[in-house]
Design a protein around this ligand. Sequence first.
Ligand code: C5P
Ligand code: C5P
Ligand code: C5P
Ligand code: ZN
Length: 481
Amino acid sequence: MPTQPRVMPVPELDERARACASRLLDSDRVLLASHIDADGLTSAAIASRALERAGLDHEVVFKKQLDETEIASIAAREFETVLFTDFGSGQLDDIAKHERAGDFEAVIADHHQPADAETEYHLNPLLEGIDGASELSGAGASYLLARAMAERSGQREDNRDLAALAVVGAVGDMQAVDGELVGANRALVEEGSEAGVLEEGQDIAIYGKQTRPLPKLLEYATDVRIPGITNNEQGAVGFLEELPVDLKTPDGDGEWRRWVDLTDDEKQTVVSALLQRALERGVPPNKAERLVGTTYTLTDERPGTSLRDASEFSTLLNATARYERADVGLAVCLGERGEPFEQARRLLETHRRNLSEGLEQVKRQGVETAEHLQYFDAGEEIRETIVGIVAGMALGVDGVDSDRPIVAFARKNEEELKVSARGTGPLVGRGLDLSVVMSEASRAVGGDGGGHDIAAGATIPDDRREAFVERADELVASQIG
Ligand code: C5P
Ligand code: C5P
Ligand code: C5P
Ligand code: ZN
């Protein structure tokens, strides 16, 4: 047994976590099925490590989307126990059918909106009034399960070291509220800090602190736009050159250092000057403030690698799993370096290019507006696995109304379109629930969908786009109209 008394960080979910853990520990072998994004990969890594430490034989499979066909393929593997992480709740109706048929018994650790059917081993924050879009992710649910497994199995490790991956999953699912993890996620941050694998701090809140040379860091930072610096290479270089500190590498080759290479004083100098420049150029103070925020550092990882920062780590993972290389992302999560890490870095280059080309594509083609939402159809120009990320990024660009939800279409296969919808915090505050919109509008046209209030998706027949938009528009109107 663990030597220290264990305090379950999220008491509301404690019983569910324990029941799921006991069920798993009673299994001979487990099929672990997870989702192909950063949260799904970290969920799988956490669960896989927990199963391994508890001495349970298991296999891992990844799915782009869990639907009837995929669940049938899982059933065909003839595992007695299937652990679903980062999906499963939304497909409970179908999973329950297989359970009744005796195909397998399911254990689910998820945070998506549950379907109506019931199942015995179901760990989901939404079942206990905890928000699944901002307070606990799939990786967080998997972490609670891993903690309960450690407790129940009597193993040596308490699994708190896995909190770092859970935070990467939460950050990857964009659960941070005003830049900071809240709710049940906070408990994970605290446990990770106590276990010495995670550090929370205040720092410049720009993506790429670990890996980008300074001018690129500033040029590509688009969350807070600073005229003359954002998307302006010469402007960014000029700004840095005017500062009273030398930010080039010491060996005199003229190369710029990265944010991680700076001393605290140098960082302070850059932040102050940047804030001042933003205000001078008319950025409202409440926006400029967002240049500084909470960051999550994985202290066991090497400084200057993308694995050191939760946000960069999560993007690296998306770059693998969304391109059919979940195996690479999983290996990296499980601590393999060397070749899998090199491969992930190569995939990241492609991912970045695709995101930036995708955003350019949206800017070029523009969005069409319905009464209460806006949409674009990327056809084959944007990969269906990343069109949702692009849609989210598009909500921040000129020409796209940040006051209406955005719906994106991309071709999935010969007969179907993938739909991704994204909203904003204020819209959700007014009643927007995209999970309901996607699930009902897709069902109305013979498709299938679900997700969260702020971000959801669907698959629909490709000749029903117009009818889908019309229905979705009505649903949004009834929520916030
Ligand atoms: O499948 P899953 O739950 O992992 O995906 C969540 C999706 O929701 C991510 O693509 C994330 O970008 C999006 N999201 C968002 N804004 C939020 C929370 C989540 O766009 N505030
Ligand atoms: O892929 P993911 O959604 O995790 O990306 C997280 C954020 O990283 C994006 O919303 C974007 O702001 C930032 N990013 C970036 N430049 C890229 C790719 C991602 O600034 N080329
Ligand atoms: O694919 P996308 O990033 O747009 O997904 C947004 C959210 O909607 C994710 O949480 C995803 O798991 C969910 N989703 C779903 N059913 C679908 C498509 C997406 O639950 N058919
Ligand atoms: Zn998730």
